[in-house]
Design a binder for this molecule. Sequence first.
Ligand code: 2HG
Ligand code: ZN
Length: 462
Amino acid sequence: MKTQWIDELSQRVPLSRQPQDLQTYGRDWTRVYVPRPSAVVFPRHADEVCEVLSFCSEHGIAVVPSGGRTGLSAGAVAAEGELVLSLERLRHLGEVDPFGLTLTVGSGITNHETHVHAEHLGLTWPVDLASKGSCQVGGNLATNAGGIRVLRYGHARHWVTGLQVALMNGTLLNLGNAVQKDNVGPDLRQLMIGSEGILGVITQATLRLTLLPTDRQVLFLAVDGMETGLELLRHARIQGRFQLQAFEFMGRNCLEAVMKVGGVPSPFGGGELPPAAVLIEVEGRLDGDLDRWLEDVLNQKLVRDGLVAKSSGDMSRLWAYRDNITESLGRLGLMHKNDISVEVGRLAEFVHVLEKEVAPAFPGELYLFGHLGDGNLHVNVMKPSATDPEEFWDGCHVADMQLYELLHKVGGSVSAEHGIGLLKKSALRFSRGTAEVAAMRAVKKALDPQGLLNPGKVFDLG
Ligand code: 2HG
Ligand code: ZN
């Protein structure tokens, strides 16, 4: 009886029950939950997605939509016997429209593939993530991804003109297309973006492109900590006569982790590592402006040491110190993650209180890094090798409450860019009021009355 529906569904859509597939597709990069899906389906086009959803509605089967599985909030975890709906075979890659600068893609196209596809025309989809090689456009939009260029371009939701979405009842909605100006009532497309797969399944998107910066420069600077990092940002914003593309921060232990795992030397040569480093990318031809700025901040002792990339190889090498942090930490130990943000100008004050009052409550060492330029900090905690994992998670959840209280006090966010998923449900109330969550539940109930689509993510239906 239990597998009858699986056999029936497998007659209609490619489906796997191989143990390896169940393990792989039943989870994302979150390492907290054990994947236990009943099966994985691989629809080949939007009509098959609709067919799966209407079949599941009819049979009361819970479904977890799944993209590149690089999420860090367990938004794509199937731990309760759900059916995983992989979108990876929706691989339509359209032509770039050279008039409107748009590109229509299936949700299974990776973030990096959109970049490569538009690059020869000097264009890009400016959503850029450290996981770009694996994460997919559908997931980028379902989570309203942030990433390293938010301070320049904003979140993913700004870079979409059209969306095709399958609802749980099997209906396919075409929400806008490549038309730029289309102001007709409530915008369901924006409602779907960032809804973490609980309202509908994104099958296709029309992306808005922009010009690739013609020139770029990358600097890697050693600083004393968040306070000087922030001072440097202020200096870059006001005195620097350049457009920032990225302004990233990492504490010394993050840099050490990347060096250790990658077997790479310190970017700053021999001697002691600095307490922290910032990686700055700026765009445009600068005719000496950047050198003058760097000289200025060195003279003012805001920077201890600085490197300017001289070639694109140098740029990639310097970016690797930033891009490899998550993977390196994950290889060194079990990590508890928080993805928080505060008003950028209050970041130093926030980190000061965090380190003094909240850090001691966590049962492991804190690793701080993130997108300083937009106020987004990734607070990672490493499990000490001697600590039992259950004890570690429990301790982290208790300490999290102090972190969220502090965020609530300063008007920050408990999830800057990773979303809520399963992992951060207890944090939701610190950033969203009761009435707001009730309105979200009402929308969910209207679109998925049986609560079958990505159940348990973001909030419980109650
Ligand atoms: C990043 O900025 C990602 O690299 C991952 O958002 C952050 O691992 C993390 O906590
Ligand atoms: Zn990030």
